[in-house]
Design a protein around this ligand. Structure first.
Ligand SMILES: C[S@@+](CC[C@H](N)C(=O)[O-])C[C@H]1O[C@@H](n2cnc3c(N)ncnc32)[C@H](O)[C@@H]1O
Length: 227
């Protein structure tokens, strides 16, 4: 089935959020990074401006900045209303209210939109989809996936998760996924099965606490490495 923009609700996180979701150290930030499902996050733009190396892949990069901007404007108030309705699923500590959340997300998405045309030309935003990445083995040092794997556990099978993480490890040697919750702030139904399957294939897996928690209980990432 073709990937259509009507199905997408663009919602992008900031560089600071990526750093704490994935416990990125100074050394990590000097690595060649691939961000899988980065969507309209500002991580790529901000890291690039600081001299880092990152390629983002997402199916939404087939659209133009104008199309993405229009879709962001179309869906923004609905997403914010939904967040207000489910306010008790979130920890309002670093971000203090749904309105502040709206400002933080909008500022990240504006940063993405202003960087997107040049970044696409430079090959930093590449249209692509898990579970198959069109890159060579070990072309990167670190693969990140924020708010796609595990979050949509109801929509994607255990097999899809295992294939995607294996593929991220093929191109980068190490993969980190955050959060490990699915929608509704419940632990992902696939987490245990995925870890068991990856360990049986010889991957090293660890579930690690991070300094970021916005969905209640969403303060862990999964790190997977080729041994
Ligand atoms: C909730 S957004 C997360 C955006 C960003 N990672 C962040 O945390 O701010 C989920 C993203 O997954 C992307 N996506 C959907 N299907 C995908 C696939 N098969 N492979 C990679 N990304 C996909 C969507 O286009 C969307 O941009």
């Amino acid at each position: 089935m073709a990937f259509t923009l009507e199905k997408v609700v663009p919602w992008g996180r900031s560089y600071d959020e990526y750093v704490s979701m994935f416990s990125l150290s100074e050394n990590d930030l000097t690595k060649k990074i691939i961000g899988c499902s980065d969507g309209p996050a500002s991580f790529n733009s901000e890291l690039t401006h600081q001299g880092g190396s990152v390629v983002s892949i997402d199916p939404i990069y087939q659209f133009s900045a104008e199309e993405l901007e229009a879709r962001i404007e179309e869906t923004y108030s609905t997403v914010l209303e939904q967040t207000k309705k489910n306010e008790n699923e979130f920890v309002w500590k670093n971000i203090k209210s749904p309105d502040e959340l709206g400002q933080v997300r909008m500022s990240a998405m504006r940063e993405f939109l202003s960087d997107f045309p040049a970044g696409k030309e430079q090959g930093r935003y590449v249209e692509g989809e898990l579970p198959a990445l069109e890159f060579s083995n070990k072309e990167f040092d670190l693969a990140l996936c924020s708010h796609f794997l595990f979050l949509y556990s109801e929509h994607y099978s255990l097999d899809f998760h295992v294939q995607s993480i294996t593929e991220m490890c093929r191109v980068a040697g190490e993969a980190r996924m955050f959060p490990l919750l699915e929608l509704g702030a419940k632990k992902s139904r696939h987490l245990e099965g995925v870890v068991k399957e990856l360990r049986s294939k010889g991957y090293e897996c660890s579930i690690e606490k991070v300094g970021y928690e916005f969905q209640k209980g969403g303060n862990e990432m999964l790190r997977v490495k080729i041994i």
